[in-house]
Design a protein around this ligand. Structure first.
Ligand code: ARG
Ligand code: ZN
Length: 848
């Protein structure tokens, strides 16, 4: 059944108050719910009351205290209008559920002896009968009965005793923000005082033994809270803020009011167990979930079509935060790498959908790079168009006007219209139309005037064959041939299919277009390698400086793949200049040394009308790395030595950037020294970044067997570290071996495939091994499909999400297309396929 945005109607009733009691038991938890309801004046006439409920055993039902004999159907329970008074009333239900049998990890489930919940998007209906939709906001009071020592829910503590605890949440909220946790947990705690002087107890709850790995998450939380006060004027609003780490979790984390629940890999960190990337992700995700308290919780979404209202904005906010904490330039480059790798890929394939979709079968399938990352890009464009000051005024208006609301994208755009007086109707197409626009650039200089002509095309996407032009902010700078900037960054507004912008200048300038990646578009322009090298050396915009180097590298690799060319000295020298430029941030230099990804190369070749050959891309990319290694080799040992960090490990951006460059250099050196330096670095590593980074260097050159075995022996007790061990071997397996290595690892006793992190570490790693997954034999496709089919009956959400591995099939040759179509057909034909996976497979099959 498909749900449409255009079918929205307010709910028939208002829920004023909810009182829940949980009597916890692994196989038979009793949940009683007392709902205080009233007819919704927004809906005329007497209406049936429809409560969602799935997999619940109904034990009793009362209306205003009197028993009712009604039988639920598969998806809920209807109390006919004729039985309901035209005045406030109460409905009480008691149901039984079995958290220990809940393998979908949605609703109330168990993770290694502890109870936890995941209700977004529609998991609350697996806990009790309720109008499970975000525009129904109610006050929740919760009582938990259990012998477990720690019993948590949303809001403020409201009493506890032996075997019970009560919680009261004063803020009306939708059911998707409900949470409950019960377990044998210990807290890492810290006090916080809000800007206006309200004390808040901060707790991070973990299993006994893990409490010494919470310091970085706590520090990140405190910095996030302070930042939201200082930058957005938003304070926290309860007396406690609890975070719980769980090992079995479908996603990264969840912003439940006052009780965030996290995948443990995004909380637990110590220098010995977490890499710099882990520290960075912990900081970003802690911030993201905290920021949801205002953008998501205080102001929530009217319906799930508006998901980007909270997710796009919250991603945008966490990106700003990370930029402020670390480096805006490095953060922007990393975000664009991710956007291109995941969102452009999605937007260019059969799963393309608008930032605000207008229909869905299973909403969990729309927690996508488009909704999240492109949703954040849209906000970045809006800010660029209105300027920082009006952005701040619009956000203030949004928070005051919509506090307590379940809002829409229309509400969001209206605050910008009201603050700026601009009409944003054309801009709104970014929300409603899928696909990555292509902007073509031509230019002319007549001795006095430089003319820049920009043309946009908006490619067709599933269900959207034709599109009108979008409003595209194009940030532009102009440089003189001597490297001086003659036009500082200026935002051009491309609103028509084609527009020409003119600048008076007596010299022919070099344009730096789309600075900071000011819009999520593909830029097409004929550029000489000399001009790219010039921008790599001279551009004052750090993003475009990096972009110039990236474009050069992609051109070189493309010619290696298509013509058998070899990397020339110009490119190698340009790369060397950046790599050894002491005036540049080491993190930036490390990014500049990163070669284009194989999947990115495949997409680029496809866009140029060439069916990519994955084996060849893999081989040529290695040849490219070897050429770089040989060219830089003489200076690498000194660079590596100069980047050694004296003293104990610190996770800050400066130290992390130095380690990133050091490992990039070590990886190159390994290709010429036979692994000597990497083996030494591995033996001497005192932190996980270097321990696993040096191991990766060894695996990449076909060594490291002994180190892998020692690593396993040393870390077999630590799930999060062992996930890295599994993933690394598959990530570095050559295309011919990847499926075999994966199969061998699925036979490893520690391959607990029901744990989403472990499943992703193994099956996800194969999907991400471009050459291995797309192997001509079809072994990669087959193995991934086999495992998705195995996981689907237990955990449809994760199976569906991971099926996106197949979304790029239209890029490849007919033989591979046929192989993928065969796997998709096999999945589609499997009896009892979940709604989640069925929708994904159907969408991927239909765009041929
Ligand atoms: N709202 C969460 C976040 O962005 C994601 C939870 C999504 N869960 C799901 N089952 N779809 O932080
Ligand atoms: Zn979020």
């Amino acid at each position: 059944r498909t749900v449409f945005l255009s079918d929205y109607q307010p709910f028939t009733h208002l829920v004023e108050q909810v009182a829940l009691t949980f009597r916890l038991s692994p196989g038979a938890t009793r949940v009683t719910a007392r709902l205080s309801l009233a007819p919704n004046p927004a809906r005329a006439g007497r209406q049936d009351l429809r409560l969602d409920g799935e997999g619940l055993t109904l034990l009793s039902l009362r209306l205003n205290g009197a028993p009712l004999a009604l039988t639920p159907d598969e998806t809920g329970l209807t109390i006919p209008a004729g039985l309901l008074p035209d005045a406030p009333f109460t409905v009480e239900t008691e149901v039984e559920i079995a958290p220990e049998a809940n393998t979908a990890l949605e609703g109330l489930y168990m993770s290694r002896g502890m109870y936890c919940t995941q209700c977004e998007a529609e998991g609350f209906r697996k806990i009790t009968f309720y109008p499970d939709r975000p525009d129904v906001m109610a006050r929740f009071r919760v009582r938990i009965e259990s012998d477990l020592p720690v019993l948590l829910s949303n809001g403020n503590p409201a009493g506890q005793g032996p075997g019970w605890a009560e919680w009261d949440d004063p803020w009306p909220k939708p059911a998707y923000l409900f949470a409950l946790v019960a377990g044998d947990l210990v807290a890492h705690s810290a006090p916080f005082t809000t800007a206006s002087g309200m004390p808040v107890a901060l707790n991070i709850w973990v299993r006994p033994g893990d409490q010494d790995r919470c310091a970085y998450a706590m520090d990140s939380l405190i910095r996030s809270m302070r930042w939201d006060e200082q930058v957005y004027g938003r304070e926290y609003d309860l007396s406690v803020f609890n975070i719980v780490a769980v090992d079995d979790f479908n996603m990264g984390a969840m912003e439940n009011k006052g009780l965030n629940i996290f995948n443990s890999k995004f909380v637990l960190a110590s220098p010995e167990t977490a890499t710099d990337d882990d520290f960075g992700r912990i900081e970003a995700i802690i911030a993201h979930e905290y920021f949801h308290n205002w953008t998501g919780n205080r102001i929530t979404c009217r319906d799930w079509f508006q998901l980007c209202l909270k997710e796009g904005l919250t991603v945008f906010r966490d990106q700003q935060f990370t930029g402020d904490m670390r480096s805006h330039a490095v953060k922007r480059i990393e975000d664009v790498l991710l956007l291109r790798a995941r969102q452009f890929r999605e937007d260019g394939g059969p799963l393309a959908h608008p930032v605000r979709p207008d229909s869905f079968v299973e909403i969990n399938n729309f927690y996508t790079a488009t909704v999240y990352e492109k949703g954040a890009e849209v906000i970045g464009m809006l800010r660029r168009l209105v300027g920082d000051a009006d952005y701040a005024r619009a956000l203030d208006l949004y928070f005051t006007r919509h506090d307590g609301d379940a809002a829409t994208i229309e509400d969001w755009l209206k605050v910008f219209e009201d603050v700026t007086g601009r009409d944003l109707a054309q801009f709104k197409r970014w929300y409603t139309e899928a696909g990555t626009p292509v902007v073509k650039v031509t230019e002319d200089w007549d001795g006095a005037t430089y003319s820049l002509t920009l043309s946009q095309t908006n490619p067709p996407t599933p269900g959207q064959p034709e599109k009108a032009p979008k409003l595209i902010p194009v940030a532009l700078g102009l440089l003189n041939p001597n490297g001086d900037e003659i036009l500082p960054t200026t935002v051009l507004e491309l609103a028509e299919p084609t527009q020409t912008f003119r600048f008076k200048t007596a010299t022919r300038p070099v344009p730096s277009i789309l600075r900071g990646f000011s819009a999520p578009v593909v830029l097409e322009r004929q550029v000489t390698p000399e001009e790219r090298a010039f921008l790599l050396a001279h551009d004052t915009d750090p993003f475009n400086k990096w972009e110039a180097g990236r474009a050069l590298a992609k051109d070189v690799l493309a010619r290696m793949v298509t013509e058998g060319a070899s990397p020339g000295p110009d490119w190698l020298d340009a790369l060397a200049r950046v790599a050894f430029d002491e005036t540049l941030d080491p993190a930036f230099r490390a990014l500049a040394l990163r070669l284009p990804a194989e999947d990115d190369m495949a997409a680029t070749l496809h866009a140029a009308g060439i069916a990519p050959d994955p084996a060849r891309i893999w081989a040529e990319r290695r040849r490219m790395a070897e050429a770089v290694a040989r060219h830089l080799a003489p200076r690498l040992p000194a660079l590596i030595d100069s980047l050694a960090e004296p003293g104990p490990f610190t996770p800050d951006a400066r130290a992390a950037g130095r380690r990133a460059l050091r490992l990039a250099a070590l990886s190159l050196l390994s290709r010429v020294d036979g692994g000597t330096a990497a083996a030494a670095a591995h033996a001497g590593a005192d932190n996980m970044t270097e321990e696993i980074g040096s191991l990766a260097c060894l695996l990449d050159i076909g060594q490291g067997a002994a180190e892998l075995a020692r690593f396993e022996g040393r870390w077999s007790h630590d799930r999060n570290v062992m996930d890295k061990w599994f993933a690394l071997q598959i990530a570095y397996a050559a295309p011919d071996l990847a499926a075999r290595v994966t199969t061998a690892l699925t036979a490893h006793p520690a391959f607990d495939w029901k744990n989403p992190n472990r499943f992703r570490a193994v099956i996800g790693a194969l999907s991400a091994n471009h050459g291995g997954f797309h192997h001509a034999s079809g072994a990669g496709y087959r193995l991934v499909a086999d495992w998705l089919l195995r996981l689907d009956p237990l955990n449809p959400q994760t199976a569906a999400r991971m099926s996106t591995a197949f979304e790029t099939w239209p890029r490849y040759d007919t033989a591979r297309r046929a192989l993928v179509q065969g796997e998709l057909a096999r999945m589609a034909g499997t009896a009892g396929l979940s709604r989640d996976l069925a929708e994904m497979v159907a969408r991927m099959r239909s765009a041929g």
